[in-house]
Design a protein around this ligand. Sequence first.
Ligand SMILES: O=C(O)C(=O)C[C@]1(C(=O)O)C=C[C@@H](O)C=C1
Length: 374
Amino acid sequence: MPNGHLVSRASDYIIYSVEAKNIDAVVETFGPSTKLGAIVGGQTSCKAPEITAFEKHLPKDVSIVSCHSLHGPGVDPRGQPLVLIRHRASDADFAFVERALSCLNSKHVYLTRQQHDRITADTQAVTHAAFLSMGAAWSANNQFPWESPRYIGGIENVKINVTLRIYANKWHVYAGLAILNPDAQKQIKQYAESVTELFKLMLAGQREEFSNRIHAAGKAVFKDDRGKDLLLRDEVLDRFSLGTIPEKRLKNNHLSLLAMVDCWWKLGIVPYDHMICSTPLFRMWLGITEYLFRNPALLEECIDTAITDNTFRADDLEFTFAARDWSSRVSLGHFDGYREKFEQIQNYFAPRFPEATRLGNEMIKTILEKTRED
Ligand SMILES: O=C(O)C(=O)C[C@]1(C(=O)O)C=C[C@@H](O)C=C1
């Protein structure tokens, strides 16, 4: 078709696959040409701007049913959550959308747009903030983490593969859901605060306060009955390394993971409550934090390393700067500022994207198959 007007006039079901920041302008242009009685939806990760644009620009006789597949390209959609938002539709129109999307064989999850945005802020936005900060810190230190024995094997592989997976994508996927979702800003800010406060305690060598805070956070998030079976295991994760596994694993204080649990605790978020809407990245992120917090010896080693081992300070300093910088760029709401930082780091890591994406897809597939069996 030469343009969107002709598509809109001829179609019974239209899905706008448009960046969140442009959705209003695009629906304003083509929405009025929608066929009488058609069904319209969108696929963005943040529903507030999308539904607002539909309400504003679509004719009143048009049904609105939006959707959101909670995974990226390269993931098998079978069994993955697919959120359906019945905003304005008859039973027959909604049934039509469900039938059309049933070819994906995903698990349909029914939410309002508000529920959707709240949950995705908890699951996606803060997860991305952590991995984006890791990439920013490695690049600021002029480091390729797979070349350092410190970042190889086990949960370090997840950090690297997921970070590279995110930076290999388009910046607007992450910018849109962080900047346009008001709940997301609050959580990214808390994550940056948790990182900063923990880092200050580490610098001051305040072992008791640091340790008490980590244990209190861990207790709140990983209550006895939750996550009994570790989602992830070393043997599985070791297979997905971009570098050679060293004979003796080097200790890491895992500031990024400690801060995540601290952030969930401060915000009263129980990540397990959101499994129904979890993305592969969120499951891996929760998987590695759970791995750390459900292993008392490893957690103690991590606390000890945080207080006594100075060799990590440069990495942790850059990580703290990075978490704060991402948070302020999101709070300022400037897409250009977000894009500039994202693309600069993207260029730095770009030569390794093909291999990292292949490994990342394999890793996700293996882990998803494993968690499905369980
Ligand atoms: O790469 C993946 O598999 C993802 O999970 C991608 C991801 C995410 O990063 O959370 C990105 C955007 C979509 O809204 C859903 C999922």
